[in-house]
Design a protein around this ligand. Structure first.
Ligand code: HEC
Ligand code: HEC
Length: 91
């Protein structure tokens, strides 16, 4: 009888120890997983402002469709009024 109790006690102590270990590992995994997700998920970005002068008569797309004159290529589809979203910093 005594021996059995002793064994059970040892067993449950071992179980709870490993349970804590497993829970710690899961918690650490979840935490790092969350931060990984934040990085990978690409939160919605605000439209970057236009830092260059707006050249009258020049279509935004004439440069930004194919990246002429080192213009960053527009990654999104053509949508609405460019300057409605991309506020010019210099007039
Ligand atoms: C003559 C070619 C040309 C035309 C026309 C032009 N851009 Fe640009 N644009 C550039 C170049 C080159 C850059 C990168 C250097 C800079 O920011 O000045 C740029 C940068 C930008 C950026 C900043 C991107 C970033 O990551 O910060 C935005 C937004 C932008 N242009 C929008 C527009 C809009 C809207 C129009 C039309 C009103 C327009 N552009 C017309 C050449 C042009
Ligand atoms: C509804 C709002 C909206 C409109 C309208 C819009 N854009 Fe954008 N644009 C964004 C957002 C948001 C981003 C940043 C995320 C992305 O790249 O998709 C962006 C990114 C860009 C970039 C990339 C900048 C870089 O540094 O990589 C360029 C260039 C650009 N837009 C040009 C244009 C032009 C030219 C037009 C007009 C034909 C236009 N946008 C219309 C919202 C808009």
């Amino acid at each position: 009888m005594n021996l059995k109790v002793c064994r059970n006690g040892k067993l449950s102590r071992r179980v709870s120890y490993s349970a804590i270990l497993v829970m710690t590992l899961i918690a650490v995994g979840l935490l790092s997983g969350c931060s990984d997700n934040k990085d990978g998920q690409e939160p919605p970005q605000p439209p970057p402002p236009v830092k260059h002068k707006l050249e009258k008569g020049k279509e935004c797309l004439s440069c930004h469709k194919e990246g002429k004159e080192n213009a960053p290529i527009m990654k999104h589809p053509v949508q609405g009024n460019c300057t409605g979203c991309h506020k010019p910093l210099i007039q």
